[in-house]
Design a protein around this ligand. Structure first.
Ligand code: UD1
Ligand code: UDP
Length: 399
């Protein structure tokens, strides 16, 4: 009797170990090619600045592994400096862009679901991939579910356990209907397992945000923004703030201004302003006081290479961003995160991150530690090695 061997794996089972009588295969499945076809078309949904930064290597690797990766930009972020600039710097283009005019979170999510559905019906992908925890992530997850298309979630399992954050609700709901879970850190794996998710569906692949830093390392290092701003190495701090819990409240913004005044006594500050923050500073009549802070250089949101170059040479970072906690951990640059919690605890347990309340004295104390060299040093977390997208594409190609 003839025997054939299939040299690939499926659902974690190495099929090459299975010896199948060929007569049975021909009888039951006359078109063997289609029966054994793998995932060949995937649709990746992105909508916000951090999403664009997390998917830069997928398309390129997809080509190498025989998977067509199509990119759908939902248009959630639309300013040039929040969107187009990243595609230009990374040398990628969305295959589809939605043109939505939503004004509230609910209409944004609703319209995005409808937009994604139209594209997905036309493209008919075998898998939809969503990224992170933004409204576009949830919209992509619901669209996939309603269309009966399998869903993969990059950065699944993260939890802040703070349900007042819109992102936490997006994470919980997305993970509830995900089929393939890609996890960046141990806590993500633990949360999914505790929730009873089948371990075979969870893949601890590491962090694709780090892949982008590694892939574009040369461009980041050779960028000239620091010299054009006239900033010496380690003599300045880089800051960003955009969380509603901080910047949607006048009191929060007033305290932030006091903190900036404190810090500017010792360090120059570079602060690219997120559109949400700029809008609120204006609305609360605080923009002039903000702009007048001595030693504070405010800017429009920056391109990736510029911002990364400034991280690399900063004395420390102060932020409420999710992704920047991870990037500073990878660079081993001190990060003071002005939030009561984080969904990325590895940056604290292993990395260079600390959580602080919006309190002047506590923040001053950490900055003193940084200045006298007693601030914690940190290590690079497991699998944050620049190869996560590669692992992801291998898993997808073998599904
Ligand atoms: C969103 C994500 C947040 C993520 C952040 C990354 C949600 C719920 N929030 O927050 O998790 O950390 O992106 O930056 O998805 N705006 C502009 N131009 C733009 C984008 C936004 O002017 O290009 C303004 C608009 O007035 C908009 C507001 O900013 O109403 C907020 O934008 P939105 O995308 O809803 O939330 P972000 O605060 O950007
Ligand atoms: N970033 C950037 N330019 C800026 C500010 C941030 O390129 O002016 C990058 C930053 O390096 C990180 C990502 O944007 O990769 C983080 O996005 P953001 O803080 O908006 O979102 P979050 O990570 O909090 O969801």
């Amino acid at each position: 009797m003839l025997l054939i061997v299939f040299p690939f794996s499926c659902f974690g089972v190495r099929l090459s170990k299975l010896l199948v009588p060929i007569s049975k295969v021909y009888l039951k499945y006359p078109c063997r090619k289609s029966y054994f076809s793998r995932v060949k078309n995937i649709l990746v949904i992105v909508g916000t600045r951090p999403n664009f930064i997390k998917i830069t290597q997928l398309k390129k690797l997809g080509d190498a592994k025989g998977v067509a990766v199509k990119l759908l930009h939902t248009g959630q972020h639309y300013d040039r400096n929040m969107s187009t600039i990243f595609f230009e710097q990374f040398g990628i283009l969305p295959d589809y862009t939605l043109d939505l005019e939503s004004t509230t979170a609910a209409s944004q999510i609703g319209e995005t679901i409808v937009g994604i559905e139209k594209v997905a019906r036309e493209l008919n992908p075998e898998l939809i991939v969503v990224v992170g925890d933004v409204n576009s992530t949830l919209a992509g997850a619901i669209a996939a579910n309603k269309l009966g298309i399998k869903l993969a979630h990059l950065e699944s399992g993260l939890r802040s356990f703070d349900r007042t954050m819109p992102e936490e609700i997006n994470r919980i709901l997305t993970d509830e209907i995900t089929d393939v879970y890609f996890v960046t850190e141990q806590s993500g794996l633990d949360h999914l397992l505790n929730h009873g998710i089948n371990p075979a569906r969870i893949h601890f692949v590491g962090n694709t945000m780090i892949d982008t830093m590694v892939a574009f390392d040369e461009k980041i290092r050779e960028n000239t923004i620091r010299t054009s701003l006239n900033m010496s190495d380690r003599a300045y701090t880089l800051m960003t703030f955009h969380r509603p819990a901080l910047v949607d409240h006048q009191e929060g913004l007033k305290t932030l201004i006091q903190i900036l005044k404190d810090v500017s006594e010792k360090y120059d500050i570079v602060l690219p302003i997120h559109p949400r923050t700029r809008k609120n500073l204006k609305e609360f009549g605080l923009l002039d006081e903000f702009n007048a802070i001595k030693g504070l250089i405010t800017a429009e949101p920056m391109g990736y290479f510029e911002f990364q170059h400034l991280i690399l040479h900063a004395a420390f970072i102060v932020t409420d961003s999710g992704g920047i906690q991870e990037e500073t951990t990878f660079r081993q640059i001190p990060c003071i995160t002005v939030r009561p919690n984080t969904e990325r605890p590895v940056t604290i347990d292993v990395g260079t991150n600390v959580l602080v309340p919006l309190e002047r004295e506590i923040i001053k104390r950490h900055i003193t530690e940084i200045g006298n060299g007693t601030f914690k040093k940190g290590k690079i977390p497991t699998h944050w090695d620049g190869k996560s997208s590669d692992r992801i594409m291998d898993i997808i190609a073998a599904l």
